[in-house]
Write a protein that binds this ligand. Sequence first.
Ligand SMILES: [Zn+2]
Length: 754
Amino acid sequence: MHNSLFIRDLLQRTNADPLRLDRRNPHRAIAVDPLAKPAANEFAVAGSWRIECTAVEVAEDIRDFCARMGIRTGIDGEHALALRVTDELAARACRLSCDPSVITVEGGDLAGLWAGVAWLEWEMRTRRGAILPAGAFTRQAAWPVQISQGPWGGNYSVPDFSPEYLSDDAFRLYAHYDVNSMMIYGDLLCYANSAVLPELNFPAAATNLAILRDAAKRAARYGVQFSYCVVGPKLRAEHPVFLAHPEVKGAGTSLYPGQEPVHVLCASSPTVHRFYDEIFTQLFTAAPELAGLILIVGGESFYHCGMHVNPSHPCPRCREKTRETIIADLLEQVQASVRRVKPSAYVAAWAYNVWGWEHPERLPLVRQLPEGVAIYHHIEKDQHLRKDGYTKVIWDYSIDFTGPSDNMREVAALAHETERPLFVKTETGIGLEAIQYPYLPAMQRLADKWQRVRELAPAGVQQSWLFYGMFGSRAEELGLWAAYGGDMERDDFLRRMATRDFGPDAVEAVLASWACMSRAVGHIPCLSLPMYYIGPSFLGPCHPLVPEKRRQDAGEVQLLTPSQGAEVPEEFHAILFYLQELEETFSRRQTDEMKTCLVMDQLPDTAATVFMSWEGGGDGWDIVIREYARATAEAEAAWRHLQQAEPHTRTAQDKQNLREETLLTELIYRTFATCERTVRFLFARRNYEQTGNPTCREEMRQLAALERENALAALPIYRESPWLDLAERTDGKFTPCAEMIAAKVRWIDAFLEG
Ligand SMILES: [Zn+2]
């Protein structure tokens, strides 16, 4: 979402929603097991405790934690629980000193102190009661900057960051995972108050800067800073700024057929440099707590004349320069502006999509970046991954491939060799294979991916893109482990986590379930089926089966939609905010008008369309079917393990935690099953249309009956776990899942009766 201006009602509602507030509470699942006992060299935290801490938010948090753990606190408590910042420790580092009469939590800075709080909670909660190990323990962060996406239900898009859109509870959630930077995202023009290019001025720019300043100060109390991922202007040729200053008009191109070309600001224009200097100076002056800038220079976001490959209107000033030179020259200017105000702020260059670039391996870009500019790169994207009899193209983020990609190895080696800061982008809970869930409990695989991140020795890590807000999940907690828990083996950490959340007697079954899910995601044959929000990989059991070819709707511009989706019921259409990417800055077309059909309603001639390749003949759909069938079987086994764990939970909280994990796992199983059956169904339909063979029609009927059952079985999951309902998302406007399922069942019934 490039700005929050057009969805303010939605964002206010979701931020204040009691369901979201509860999910964002890091203490929501704290419970004490009455059977918990100290082991050797451990002690029970007994008696009354006085909290000594000058950081108000930390003191309040620890008081709430103690109350939930059954620890008595008060100003005249007999023992001291002291929390403080000390310059004896590095930034983000923490030290716990535990003794039956004094407990001390120290941090090298406020983020470190919050990390100390998180680890104190970890030590007690994994012992399932007010129990601590005796002694002193120091933990260091493996990298200085840890960036997360926006909070679930809270706003991350400029400019609305006042408390009704982004409340302090979100920062408190980050603090418990020791995320010390939150990514904010969107249109730079929201902050434009320029003497150089006054035609670009935003009426509320001063107010927006003040809101950002206040939000940054609120976040800082939780040890959190903002990292701003900047979206630059895209404007039509006759925009007043181009009429008044022809020299700032950069390359222009149409981003979809029929669109009037949109132009970027020329990256080589001294006027544009002065404009950026003004804006970034104002930003960092207003909000010195900003951690830095994430500048996507490949494919989208921070537009420049070298971004679009073969633009219809090349820039006359930049056309002789290489892409790398255009980017390097521009970033040199930006970094100088930022550093003048805040020398410690980072500027990171992210060549996200480089399709069509002359040097897609990104190495010339790394070499040419100005000194001090960080290189930002994804751990897994752009790899051709060899699988069982086929190759899966990892064209974006993946839960299957843990990385690092061949290109990441090269980029990281060059970054270290040339002493450039390396930022690693990863995903802690999902991949493009399933962007609709808060996480997939493929915990062993996710932990392995974090281990690969750690091995790259980054200076910063972004742990998630914006698909699903920070949720306070176990998957996200792996980020805390990765940064601080180098001494803890993967399986040891997972075992302690499972003990904490499900009880010691349920641990084996839960670990077995996670292992099954880790294998399941390794069988997903393509990143999405067929693309992003479209198809069964996103809609899961809500996805319908389309029994016959639909009529082509002539003349209508459809973006990424099925070619023949005109008669698909309204329930299966959605407004997708990310498509703002294709529009002029501040266009409302993709927030108010354009609906996209989310249905995979026919089978393309070959599975190469979902970015796979294979040796030998065939159209590849047999591989897709086989692999989704394997993924379904493993996910079903994961679900069964959790069902078997149910009688072994101890506390009511164990039961609830397990129930939530079971429902999520069941929905993932049902999603994979729908993926397999949708392809089978469309395959049979195609054969029927080509041959008229009644066996094919019969197979379609059998699959439809199975999918009817699958969809209806998913209904209670959405009811009981409303955060899984697509209608609760803030990246588009979707029909509630129950209504989609009703429409799907009606459609199947009509087919079966026909
Ligand atoms: Zn230019």
